[in-house]
Write a protein that binds this ligand. Structure first.
Ligand code: THU
Length: 132
């Protein structure tokens, strides 16, 4: 059974490290791997704006470096009126290591606000299978 609270809490803790002096929009993300381990990340912006990294991308780097091979659940945490869902590029980055069915939890510092599947967020996606 997925511990959604633990995944969201990891994303919240990571958000506390966000380096976002330009947007002032802090994001935290947490990815669960196939071994049940959690890998977290925060956004890391740059004075050369397009070089900034999303929280999900930083978390993905941690997962791969730890030997993780699959993403089984995702949590993204940010504050604001709108749901902080993964950006389009991050949906594709997650998709490389995940199936359509995995949950993507979206929350703020207090609560979970929504739950999607990756397939809902990135339907009819392109992936590694297309290259075989
Ligand atoms: N951001 C993320 O970290 N993840 C997302 O999925 C959405 C956007 C970051 C990028 C940038 O540092 C800030 O939020 C504002 O766009």
């Amino acid at each position: 059974m997925l511990d959604t609270d633990a995944l969201l809490e990891a994303a919240r803790a990571a958000r506390g490290y966000a380096y976002a002096p330009y947007s002032r929009f802090a994001v935290g993300a947490a990815l669960m791997d196939e071994q049940g381990r959690i890998h977290a990340g925060c956004n890391v912006e740059n004075a050369a704006y397009p070089q900034g990294l999303c929280a999900e991308a930083v978390a993905l780097g941690h997962l791969v470096l730890a030997g993780g091979q699959r993403i089984t659940a995702v949590a993204v945490v940010g504050e604001g009126a709108e749901l902080v869902t993964p950006c389009g590029g991050c949906r594709q980055k997650i998709r490389e290591f995940a199936s359509d069915e995995i949950p993507v939890l979206v929350g703020d510092m207090q609560s979970q606000r929504a739950r999607f599947t990756l397939g809902e967020l990135l339907p009819a996606s392109f992936g590694p299978g297309h290259l075989k």
